[in-house]
Design a protein around this ligand. Structure first.
Ligand SMILES: [Zn+2]
Ligand SMILES: [Zn+2]
Length: 311
């Protein structure tokens, strides 16, 4: 652990050099906000990814005590970072800790990634709390292991999540990960983490996005990229129909915004992203498939509205 002073000194030493790299927004012809960016311990590593991938702002996903690190990064790069906080939802003090994080400036809960049911008591407490505090929450849905004994996360999406959306109308949900994106296709039955091939219209996720004003989709990770890469005709139509409900995110772990290092945590099921920057790959897919107006909303406008911050 480094203290706040050391942290700020490290940032100050590195940031001026990174700033000289030019205007990152220009590369994508629109400024880009990355909703799904896990806070990295080395301050400069955060900016290296944003600048390398041409990303203007990012939402830092943090777990546990992160306030000081976030404040240091925000001070070093003003206007470029918002943050969400997560904490073990099964612990008795989860509500207290997450309420304090919001008081400290966090703008949402997430990512919530725990071995519990999506409609279980642990997450239900969070759905109520997020509504009370008027902040969105970002959930990782996964039913299929990437490696033996990984376990499942926020289970039951396809079966039960509509009942949650109805039961918590004041809660703003952001869906993410394997089960959320695999279920854009109506023929999905948890066979694979990342199904391939043409998409069968009428999938659960597509319907939920259409029917529920309190659900948004986070396009990050191999899951989001894979879903948008399966069927060009579906993707163009899906992005058009849900252009006000979708938000770009990367969940990329690469070092430099160009695919250096490890992009998807050595997840064997996501090998298609090895050596690539997920941010770049997904921005390329979105740019190709969406109108200029829809692209601007998905990579910039929607998230500012959702977080109620000026664009
Ligand atoms: Zn996730
Ligand atoms: Zn990357």
């Amino acid at each position: 652990m480094i203290n706040r002073r050391e942290f700020l000194e490290t940032v100050a030493a590195v940031v001026p050099a990174l700033r000289l790299q030019g205007t990152p927004a220009s590369e994508w012809k629109a400024p880009v906000f990355d909703l799904h960016f896990h806070l990295r311990p080395e301050p400069a590593a955060n900016l290296a990814h944003l600048d390398g991938a041409g990303v203007t702002k990012a939402n830092l996903l943090t777990r546990g005590a992160a306030r000081e690190q976030v404040k240091g990064l925000q001070a070093a790069a003003p206007g470029r970072f918002t943050w969400f906080n997560s904490y073990d939802v099964a612990k008795p003090d989860a509500e207290e800790v997450l309420t304090q994080a919001i008081k400290d400036g966090a703008q949402g809960f997430g990512e919530l990634k725990f071995h519990v049911a999506a409609d279980g008591p642990e997450l239900r407490r969070m759905y109520s709390l997020a509504a009370d505090l008027r902040v969105p929450l970002l959930i990782h849905f996964q039913e299929v292991d990437h490696f033996p004994n990984e376990g499942t996360w926020s289970t039951g999406f396809a079966r039960t999540f509509e009942s949650i959306l109805k039961a918590y109308p004041r809660t703003t949900f952001i869906g993410h990960a394997d089960a959320f994106w695999a279920n854009v296709s109506a023929d999905y039955r948890n066979e694979a983490a990342y199904p391939t091939g043409p998409i069968k219209r009428g999938g659960v996720t597509d319907k939920l996005l259409a029917d529920h004003a309190n659900l948004f989709g986070d396009l990050s990770a191999n899951s989001g990229n894979n879903a948008m890469s399966r069927d060009a005709a579906f993707t163009a139509d899906f992005l058009k129909r849900h252009q006000d409900k979708l938000i770009f995110g990367s969940d990329c772990g690469c070092a430099d915004g160009h695919g250096g290092g490890v992009s998807q945590n050595n997840n064997p099921a996501a090998a298609r992203m090895a050596g690539k920057c997920v941010a770049r790959e997904t921005l390329t897919v979105l740019k190709r498939a969406a109108s200029a107006d829809a692209f601007q909303k998905i990579v910039w406008g929607n998230v500012h509205k959702l977080l109620r911050i000026p664009a």
